[in-house]
Structure formats: C-alpha cells, structure tokens
Write a protein that binds this ligand. Structure first.
Ligand SMILES: [Zn+2]
Length: 143
C-alpha cells in the first residue's frame, strides 16, 4: 500500500524535513486501520495533500491570487503611463505635458501611481514605443 500524494511529493517532503518514515512511500505491507489513520494525520501527508491541491488549481492558491492582482494592478498603471507617453509623442507635445496627462488621469479616478511620472520616464517609454513600432514596420516589410 502506498500513498500517491506522498509518493508524488516525496522531494518536497524530504526537503521540508517532515518525512519521518518512508514506509508508506516505499510500500507498506500492514493494512491496519491505525497505520492509515496515523499516516493521514502526519505532517508529511498533510503537506503532500496541500501540494496536491495546489497542483490541481494553481491559480487559486493563497499566494497566487494576490500576486495576480498585484501584476494586474501594475500592468494597468503602466498601460496608462505608456498611453500618455504615446499621446505626447504622437501629438508632438512637450515631454512636460506628460506630467499634466498623468495628473488628468488621477483626477478622472484612474490610478497612475507616484512613480514614472516625470519627463525622464516619458522619454524612456517613448523610446520603447518607437522601438516596438520600428520592429513592427520592419516585420511587415520583410513579410
Ligand atoms: Zn500520504
């Protein structure tokens, strides 16, 4: 008799130092209810159960959800900043107008954040936008 969850997560259990006995992993020959009950309550099996659950639904693990929300929040902020930098360069405005557009977004209720709201960041964003546009045109010309 083996425990599939413990066998599948043997490396994790070993590195976490919770594996006191490998009897259930190597193959237990005793079929006593006490042995199964003892294993079911062991720290190793509980950790293996958590690993198994996390592998089944990785997007719903406690650590993944806040991370995804944080990434989405930063992506939305950067999207606004890049759009403002693009608007500045496309309309031939001064880089100083970038700050004004960011302030306007804040007034509209959009979260732009306190970082990357200066002319240097606008210049950097504009360079990246120009490089991406240049690569896109080059790809279209070669294909
Ligand atoms: Zn187990």
């Amino acid at each position: 008799m083996i425990c599939e969850w413990c066998v599948g997560n043997k490396l994790t259990l070993t590195t976490q130092n919770v594996l006191n006995s490998t009897r259930i992993i190597d193959g237990c020959t005793r079929y006593k209810m006490e042995s199964i009950s003892f294993h079911k309550k062991s720290a190793a099996h509980l950790l293996a159960k958590q690993c198994h659950t996390a592998n089944l639904c990785q997007e719903k693990t406690p650590a993944t959800l806040p991370r995804q929300q944080l990434l989405k929040h930063h992506t939305n902020k950067l999207r606004l900043l890049f759009r403002n930098a693009h608007a500045v360069s496309k309309n031939k405005k001064s880089l100083a107008d970038y700050q004004c557009l960011c302030d306007l977004d804040e007034v509209k209720g959009l979260t732009v954040g306190a970082t990357y709201r200066n002319t240097k960041a606008c210049g950097t964003f504009t360079k990246y936008i120009a490089t991406a546009a240049q690569n896109q045109v080059a790809d279209e010309l070669t294909n």
